[in-house]
Ligand binder design. Sequence first.
Ligand SMILES: O=C(O)COP(=O)(O)O
Ligand SMILES: [Mg+2]
Length: 225
Amino acid sequence: METAVPPIVLDIDGTLTDAPGRLDPRVFDVLPTWDAPVVLATGKAFPYPVSLCHYIGIEQTVVAENGGVVLAAGEVSYNADRDAAQAAAEEFEARGGDVGWGEFDPVNKWRETEVAVNLSADEDLLREVAAEYDLEVLDTGYAYHVKTPGIEKGDGLRAICETLDLDPAEFVAIGDSENDASTFEVAGRSYAVANADDVAKAAADEVLEESYMDGTLSVLDSLRE
Ligand SMILES: O=C(O)COP(=O)(O)O
Ligand SMILES: [Mg+2]
């Protein structure tokens, strides 16, 4: 007999993708049939996880921009604004830095509450400028996120739980990088995939032997047994 599955909170990049960053097609099987709430919690700009939920065919229950934007039950909250990060990014470029996404910048075009910078950027200069604007720089392994300190994915999960009347301690979290550590703290159980960075590995209850979606599926399969 199948046991009831817990609600889950999943990072996207590095957790539902393969190494080159492509969405693993197995999400289309496992997520729509998951018999409990599914939260996507990502550093990506707001439209990305919303679209992903749309195309996977699941409820749009989303933490985007590392907690800057939260969507649950059709209610959106914005927990930071982009102005300070935008000013810092402009100062960074004025001092010779390059945000690094080219002339058309889909990474930031629809981003509401922070600015993401390409990993090819001058990290020391970026951190120096961000500090002058009282902002933090989060390295997800996919981008540097210039953001308001104290706004994190874990806060977004808490907010979603309030909206949906869920207990965060019932959640199982899976992720791969330092921006998932706050989710790991809020959720009852947490797993870092094998490709995770050191911060995520240290924060997780368990580090998986398998990487990327193989790791994620190993947890989801065991929860369904
Ligand atoms: O946007 C990023 O830098 C990483 O995204 P993620 O939080 O889904 O891994
Ligand atoms: Mg990730």
